[in-house]
Design a protein around this ligand. Sequence first.
Ligand code: MLT
Length: 266
Amino acid sequence: MRQTINNLVVYTAGDIQNQAIIFVHGFPYDHNMWNKQVEYLSTNFFCVTYDIRGLGASEVGDGQYTMEQYAEDLFAIINKIGLKKPVLCGLSMGGYLSFRAIEINQSAFKGVIFCDTKSQSDTDEIKLIRANKIKQINDSGLDSFVESFVPTCFSENYQSTFAENYNKIKSLCKTNSPIGVKGALIAMLSRVDSTPFLNQINIPTLHLCGEFDQMTPPTLMEKIASQIANSQFLVVTKSGHMSPIENPDFVNTAIENFIQQIEETN
Ligand code: MLT
């Protein structure tokens, strides 16, 4: 079912009586990146996906976003649908948002799945890279940015073996508003560092990282997971930065097992 909450498009699938999972997509993608998870997991879970403000079909507005506003949007969706302790699942930018959301109120969640992400905020070097990306969009257009950025997210194997799907994903990214994409870059570069909060996390967490992820490599994610009390870390085989798309079977099973374990220990 599609609905609009806070001018954001939100999709739900499955039985609302089941444990809810709310999925937060990465940059510059939209809710569609979770299609394989929703297809599989909605049999036993209530799955919620949405387009982050400024991306996909959600409101673009003036393009002035912060991670704080993204987090407010997430809580607004949870409250409006009436989700009780959903499991949160965020990839990369969606993971930054998830770290911030649990820092604000971890008791709102039963657990968190972090996919291909990190707790650290942007270094000065990364801020300058983001400034260049904004310049590239201004000077050469969004298509040029998408053509140079998206290949860095997927493993070479995925790009060649699943070329049709990969090209579809790139085309979808190009339909975003350039204002929304630039707004997301600024929201990411101005976010706070969640690393000091890691040792205060007291809900179960699962950390999934593609074996070929160059943006948030397994060594980095494993180190982050090791600073959290109740955490599990898994390397997703045959996958780059977009593990839920590149190896959905692995990710779906990992999510299912993680939630089952949480339910058994409750
Ligand atoms: C993402 O996948 O969400 C982005 O690569 C995150 C980033 O640019 O830091």
